[in-house]
Design a binder for this molecule. Structure first.
Ligand code: HMG
Ligand code: MG
Length: 301
């Protein structure tokens, strides 16, 4: 049976904008986050506390997080940020973060390219982050990248995904987000991967994070829904990609998922029209049309 309600985690301001060639000003990011919250998104990943030499697009992390937390934000909103290590965590905490995410991978080559260390080393770096976070009352989410394929290694074993997911859960992550970083998954391979993960992590603790590079993300969400996953990451306007995965395009567009889920009778709490207006606005700000079919169809009406 399908869930009656799905929680969408908006990752456009982070996963989307981290991959824009031009630097998007903090004013625009803050306005984007305000509009997303007004459209009903209750969890918005706002930035990442990574090295500005590696990802200059997120170099304004402290300003963006401080401003969104300082504004008259409606209660009940979560603004998670990425923190790859203790240095990032300390900076996020100083800026007021109440939720962070650590991000590992199921592929060794991707781990090296993305965060400059092996999978095992990354897990050893995440452990103190989760410990310090727990002591400070900060929630930690865990990502696993390359769950359905790696840009450098090709196929990734479902068992490896399950192993990393289980380790992150045991460390205290409240939810594990499974990243199809390069969008090469399909409903069969996603099911196979979830089969392995579900033997070690319950569905209530999982989220799907599917990039739409080959247009398969909505199908992969449907396959995951059928297996009990009820949290999905998405990016308004289909913004984004990944700087360490050549050819990766954006996450599934938030408006595509809202259209899909509402059409299936599943509640999201999100106002589709306000979301599409936001997709059109941010796409214009970065000089392009919204990538998503739903945004184009709704705007054409
Ligand atoms: P490193 O070079 O191995 O780190 O980078 P280091 O500890 O050796 O430090 C080197 C320098 O970086 C030092 O500065 C540190 O202070 C600084 P220097 O002395 O040279 O001036 N540094 C930092 N500065 C700011 N914030 C920090 C930080 N840590 C060290 N937190 C590191 C390791 C992880 C920092 C680096 O590799 C990095 O920043 N990588 C960027 C990773 C990234 O943002 N990737 C994209 C997000 S992940 C993603 O998109 C996938 C996801 O969406 C899921 C999916 O789709 O699969 C989540
Ligand atoms: Mg991603």
């Amino acid at each position: 049976t399908l869930p009656r309600k799905v929680r969408l985690v908006e990752v456009g301001p982070r996963d989307g904008l981290q991959n824009e060639k031009q630097l998007v000003p903090a004013d625009i990011k803050v306005e984007l986050i305000r509009r997303l919250a007004a459209a009903g998104l209750s969890t918005i990943e706002v930035t990442s506390f990574v090295s500005p030499k590696w990802v200059p697009q997120m170099g304004d992390n402290t300003e963006v997080l401080t401003r969104v937390l300082g504004g008259a934000a409606p209660a009940g909103l979560d603004y998670p940020v990425l923190t790859p290590n203790l240095k990032g965590f300390e900076a996020a905490l100083a800026a007021g973060a109440r939720e962070v995410a650590v991000f590992g991978a199921a592929s060794e080559s991707f781990s090296q390219k993305n965060i400059n260390c092996s999978i095992a080393e990354s897990l050893e770096r995440f452990r103190p982050v989760t410990e310090v976070a727990q002591a400070a009352g900060v929630r930690v989410r865990g990502y696993v990248s390359c769950v359905a394929g790696c840009p450098y290694e090709g196929a990734v074993a479902p068992e490896k995904v399950a192993e990393v997911a289980e380790t992150l859960l045991a460390m205290g992550c409240y939810e594990i987000s499974l990243g199809d970083t390069i969008g090469t998954g399909n409903p069969v391979s996603i099911r196979r991967m979830l089969d392995a993960v579900l033997r070690r992590v319950p569905a209530e603790r999982l989220a799907g994070h599917y990039h739409d590079t080959y247009g398969m993300a909505a199908a992969n969400v449907c396959a995951s829904l059928e297996m009990g996953v009820a949290v999905f990451d998405a990016s308004v306007g289909g913004l984004g990609g990944c700087p360490y995965a050549a050819g990766a395009s954006g996450n599934v567009a938030t408006e595509d998922l809202v259209w899909l889920l509402h059409g299936m009778g599943i509640d999201t709490g999100i106002d589709l029209d306000a979301l599409v207006d936001t997709a059109a606005w941010i796409s214009a700000e970065i000089g392009r049309e919204p990538a998503s079919r739903v945004a184009r169809a709704v705007l054409a009406k």
